[in-house]
Design a protein around this ligand. Structure first.
Ligand code: 3PG
Length: 209
């Protein structure tokens, strides 16, 4: 199975799509694609999220479309049936990690402390999300984990913006930064697709050095 990093390729932004309708999801994804984004996460937090995920895959067959906010086996099953190309969770538990073990697509479990990291590693996962990143130690936490879990890489989300993304991206064990700041609900509500494209272009620029 491909790793999450292999799906990301050179992309360093994991843009989050939260859509109230399938059409809105397609418009957001289209604006992101204009910025050269080929991989997105649809968070399963609205009634229309699964329809949005399916519609994005139909409209942009080359796009890699993951499902986020996966917190139990039922949501996991629904996301996989809808064609999710990868799975992201906001947190971990022994039960959820067991359910995720046989997942047919890459999984990025969400951790918020070192005990979570150990638990995820014990279940065989080494590509982790740090969430909520800025409240859970931020870049300093990821740096510290590099010393004790050298096999683990992180994709932090939660509180990331253009102001702090480079602190994370300059770390060798941080593969990407994720977030909703590139497509806030206010821009989506006013159909400011150009703003989403511009924000994704800026955010997907790797840290210098
Ligand atoms: C997530 O699901 O990862 C978070 O909602 C992203 O957090 P943000 O909205 O602060 O970017």
């Amino acid at each position: 199975m491909a790793s999450f990093k292999a799906l990301l390729k050179e992309q360093v932004l994991l843009p989050i799509i939260q859509a109230d309708t399938a059409e809105q999801g397609v418009a957001i994804a289209g604006a992101m694609q204009q910025a050269g984004i080929h991989l997105v996460e649809v968070v399963l937090r609205t009634e229309a999220s699964i329809a949005a995920l399916q519609a994005i895959k139909a409209a942009y067959p080359q796009m890699v479309v993951g499902a986020g906010t996966v917190t139990n086996a039922d949501i996991l099953k629904t996301a996989i049936a809808a064609g999710a190309d990868f799975i992201i969770t906001p947190a971990v538990s022994p039960n959820l990690l067991s359910q995720l073990r046989d997942c047919p697509v890459p999984v990025v479990p969400g951790v918020s402390n070192s005990a979570d990291v150990l638990l995820a590693v014990e279940h065989g996962f080494t590509e982790l999300k740090l969430f909520p990143a800025t409240l859970s130690g931020g870049a300093a936490f990821i740096k510290a984990m590099g010393a004790v879990f050298p096999q683990v890489t992180f994709c932090p989300t939660g509180g990331i913006s253009d102001k702090n993304k480079d602190e994370f991206l300059s770390l060798p064990n941080c593969v990407a930064v994720g977030g909703s700041w590139v497509a806030p609900t206010s821009w989506v509500a006013e159909a400011s697709w150009d703003k989403i494209t511009s924000a994704c272009q800026v955010a997907n620029t790797p840290a210098a050095g």
